[in-house]
Design a protein around this ligand. Structure first.
Ligand SMILES: [Zn+2]
Length: 669
C-alpha cells in the first residue's frame, strides 16, 4: 500500500521535477514472472530454513520453510499479504468445504515449501495432478479458474527431481479412518446424500455426476441468472449432446420459485440415481436412457434459492419457528429482480382465447407478440425460452411446492372475471392422462390419505390450472401454445422448504413417479415426414381431426404426438407439398409409441390459396425476439450486469487484497 502511494506521488512529482523516483519492485506477480521481471531480484545470501508460522498452513506434515518461496515472495510477510494466501484462507468458505483440506495443503506447499538442511524441497506433480482431477469441478462450480499457483507443470516437480508429497499425512489419516470402516460390506447401490445443496455444491455435484457417467451424461448451461449464476442442465442419453432421429426428448425443471425447494433436491438425487443405476446394470434405467433424451434443470432460479435458504437458515439459527414458517413462504420466490418467473412468460393464452372463434384458428405455435419484449423479461425466463426453441421437447414437468397436486393447462382462466373456472386446452384428455401418470405413481398424491396435506386427493391429485386459480404468463401455457412440448406443473407438498430430515421421504414418495413420467413420453405416436426421395421435411404439421392443436416436425422430419388410445385421423402437411392423411387405431396400454410415417408429394399445380391459408405461415413464428429487444434491454437497463458478470459473487472477498487483484481467478472461457 505504501508503495502504491509512493508511486502516485512519484507521478505527480515527475511533472514538476522531472526526476525518477524508484519504487521498490512489488512481489512477484504471475505476469511479471511470465515476463521474467522482478522475480530474479538478488536475494539475501544463503536463505535458511525457518519456522512456517502461517496460521492457515500450520498443519503441514513439516515445520520448516524457506523464503523466497516457489512464487518468489521474499519474506513471510510478503507471502501473507498476497492474494494467494488470502485465497487459501477463504477457500474453505467459497468451496463450501469441498476439496478441503487438500486444496489448502497443496497451496501451502507452494507458498511455504518444505525446507530441510537449508534446502528447499518442491512438492510432487503427481499429487497436484490428482487434486486437480478431483477438485477442478469444485472451482468450476463457483465459476472460478483453477488458481495459477496450483499449476502442476509450473510449480511442481517429478519423483526423479526429488519431490515430496504434501498430502502424505492426510492420506495416512484417511486410510486409518477407512480401515476402521472396513467391516462395512461393499455396497453396490446408489449412494445419495439426502441433504440440501448450495448452488455451488449443486453445480459441482452435477458436473461430478456427468464425469462419472461420461458415456450417457453431460452438463451444459442454458444461460445465467441475474446474479450471473449458471443455469446448469444435466442431460442423460445414450448419445449425450445429440438429438437422434425419433428419440423423444423430455425435460424436468425445478426451483422456478426460489423458495420451493423439494423439486430442486429431487432432481439432484434423480441425476445421481440415473447415473449409478445405469452403471449398476438396472435394466429399466438402461432402457429409459437408451431410448430417451432427458434434460434436467434442477434450479431455474438459483438467486431466489440463495435468498430463501439464507432466511430459513437464519430463522432456524434463532429457533424462531414463526419466522421460519413466514420466511419460507415468501422470500426468494422471485428472481433477484423480484420477478415471479411463472408470470413472466409471454401471455399467449389470452391471444388463443381472443381468436378461438375463428374457424381456421389452431392453438399452437403462436408467435411471441413484439409488445412482450418491451416489458421486463427476466434473464432466467429468456434462457428457458431459448432452450425450449432449440430442442424438440415432447414432455415436461415443472416442480413447485405449496400443495400436493399436478396442475395442467390452461393456467389462465378463459373468462377474464372467471375465478376457479375450468379452462381446458384442445388436448384436455391427453393432459389429464399426463397429470394422472405422475399423481398415480406418487406415494400419496392421488389417494384420500388423511396424512397428505393437499386438497386434491379426492379428485385423483390432478387439477386444471385455471380451475385452481388463474394466472397469466405461466410457463406451462407457454410450452403448449408456443412449442410442441406438453408441460404440467407438479406441486410436491405443502411445505415449500421442508426440513432436511424429510428429504429422504420426499425422494421415496416421488421416485417412482419421476421414472414413470419419463417413461410415458413413449406413448402416443411418432414418425417421420419425408419427401418422395426420403429427405426429412422440417416444420411439417401433424394435425388430428377434431383437435385444434398441431405438432410440427423437427429438423430431420421426425415428430411425436402424445394422444390417447382410440381411432384418430391424422394429416401431415407442409407448404409446397400435397397433404397426406392416415387413419390410425391406437390400442390402449401400448408400451411404445405407434409409428406413423408420411411421404409427401411435391404439389405440381400452383398451390391452392385456400389450402395454403390453412397452413399458417411459420414466418412470424421464426422471428424470436426480432429486434433484439431483450439484448438491448439488458445492456441499457442494466449496465451493472456486465460488471457483475465479469466479477462473480466471491470477488468481494478479494477487493481488499493487497497488491494486484487476483484477476487470474476469473474464468476467461
Ligand atoms: Zn411455485
Amino acid at each position: 500500500m505504501a508503495c502504491i502511494r509512493r508511486k502516485m506521488k512519484t507521478i505527480v512529482f515527475l511533472h514538476v521535477l522531472s526526476t525518477v523516483v524508484w519504487c521498490a519492485p512489488p512481489r512477484c506477480d504471475p505476469e511479471d514472472d511470465f515476463l521474467g521481471r522482478f522475480c530474479k531480484e538478488p536475494v539475501p545470501e544463503k536463505p535458511k530454513c525457518m519456522d512456517i508460522m502461517m496460521s492457515y498452513c500450520d498443519d503441514m506434515s513439516y515445520t520448516h520453510t524457506m523464503f523466497p518461496n516457489i512464487l518468489g515472495h521474499r519474506t513471510r510477510e510478503e507471502a501473507e499479504l498476497g492474494p494467494e494466501y488470502l485465497l487459501l484462507s477463504v477457500a474453505d468458505t467459497l468451496l463450501n468445504g469441498q476439496c478441503m483440506p487438500d486444496v489448502r495443503l497443496l497451496g501451502c506447499s507452494v507458498l511455504v515449501p518444505r525446507c530441510e538442511k537449508e534446502k528447499m524441497l518442491k512438492p510432487c506433480r503427481s499429487t497436484c495432478e490428482a487434486v486437480r482431477r478431483s477438485c477442478q469441478h469444485a472451482f468450476e462450480g463457483i465459476d472460478m479458474a483453477w488458481p495459477y499457483f496450483l499449476d502442476c507443470d509450473r510449480f511442481f516437480v517429478s519423483d526423479q527431481e526429488g519431490c515430496y508429497d504434501p498430502l502424505e499425512d492426510l492420506r495416512v489419516t484417511q486410510e486409518e479412518a477407512q480401515a476402521s470402516l472396513d467391516f462395512v460390506p461393499q455396497d453396490h447401490h446408489t449412494v445419495i446424500q439426502f441433504s440440501y445443496h448450495s448452488n455451488s455444491q449443486m453445480n459441482s455435484l452435477l458436473k461430478k455426476t456427468a464425469a462419472r457417467c461420461p458415456d450417457i451424461s453431460t452438463t451444459y448451461s442454458i444461460g445465467r441468472s441475474v446474479e450471473g449464476k449458471d443455469l446448469l442442465v444435466i442431460e442423460f442419453s445414450n448419445n449425450p449432446g445429440v438429438h437422434e432421429l425419433l428419440e423423444p426428448e423430455i425435460k424436468y425443471i425445478g426451483n422456478m420459485h426460489g423458495n420451493e425447494v423439494l423439486g430442486r433436491q429431487l432432481l439432484i438425487y434423480l441425476a445421481q440415481y440415473l447415473c449409478s443405476e445405469y452403471q449398476l446394470g438396472n435394466h429399466r434405467i438402461q432402457t429409459l436412457i437408451n431410448t430417451t433424451r432427458i434434460h434436467i434443470l434442477p434450479s431455474m432460479n438459483p438467486d431466489g434459492y440463495e435468498l430463501a435458504a439464507a432466511e430459513v437458515q437464519g430463522a432456524n439459527d434463532h429457533e424462531n419457528e414463526e419466522a421460519s414458517y413466514y420466511n419460507s413462504w415468501t422470500l426468494g420466490r422471485g428472481n433477484a429482480q423480484n420477478i415471479d418467473l411463472n408470470r413472466n412468460f409471454p401471455d399467449l393464452t389470452n391471444i388463443a382465447y381472443s381468436r378461438r372463434r375463428h374457424s381456421r384458428f389452431r392453438s399452437d405455435h403462436i408467435p411471441i407478440p413484439d409488445s412482450y419484449w418491451f416489458g421486463k423479461v427476466a434473464p432466467e425466463t429468456y434462457a428457458v425460452m431459448k432452450w425450449l426453441r432449440s430442442i424438440p421437447f415432447v414432455l415436461s414437468a415443472n416442480f413447485h411446492g405449496g400443495e400436493l397436486v399436478v396442475s395442467y393447462p390452461f393456467d389462465l382462466s378463459k373468462h377474464p372475471q372467471g375465478q376457479k373456472m375450468f379452462s381446458p386446452t384442445p388436448d384436455e384428455q391427453v393432459f389429464k392422462q399426463i397429470a394422472r401418470t405422475y399423481a398415480n405413481a406418487h406415494a400419496t398424491m392421488s389417494g384420500n390419505n388423511s396424512e397428505s396435506c393437499g386438497n386434491f386427493g379426492g379428485q385423483g391429485g390432478i387439477v386444471n390450472g385455471a380451475q385452481w386459480y388463474s394466472i397469466a404468463g405461466g410457463m406451462q401455457d407457454f410450452n403448449y401454445l408456443h412449442t410442441n412440448c406438453f408441460e404440467v406443473t407438479v406441486e410436491l407438498g405443502c411445505d415449500k422448504f421442508p426440513a432436511e430430515e424429510e428429504l429422504y421421504t420426499g425422494w421415496q414418495d416421488n421416485k417412482e413417479a419421476l421414472l414413470t413420467f419419463m417413461e410415458s413420453v413413449h406413448r402416443g405416436i411418432k414418425g417421420v415426414v419425408t419427401d418422395v426421395d426420403g429427405n426429412g421435411i422440417k416444420g411439417a404439421r401433424i394435425s388430428i381431426k377434431g383437435v385444434r392443436h398441431d405438432i410440427t416436425t423437427a429438423e430431420n422430419g421426425d415428430y411425436w404426438r402424445l394422444i390417447t388410445a382410440g381411432t384418430h385421423i391424422l394429416t401431415a402437411s407442409a407448404p409446397g407439398y400435397t397433404k397426406a392423411m392416415k387413419k390410425v387405431r391406437l390400442p390402449a396400454r401400448m408400451q411404445k409409441a405407434g409409428r406413423v410415417d408420411f411421404v409427401l408429394q411435391k404439389a405440381v399445380d400452383k398451390p391452392d390459396l385456400e389450402e395454403d391459408f390453412n397452413i399458417p405461415s411459420m414466418g412470424t413464428y421464426e422471428r424470436f425476439d426480432p429486434y433484439n429487444h431483450y439484448e438491448r434491454y439488458v445492456s441499457e437497463q442494466n449496465q451493472n450486469r456486465e460488471e457483475r458478470l465479469e466479477k462473480p459473487w466471491w470477488w468481494s472477498y478479494f477487493s481488499r487484497a493487497h497488491g494486484s487483484s487476483p484477476t487470474w481467478l476469473l474464468r476467461t472461457d
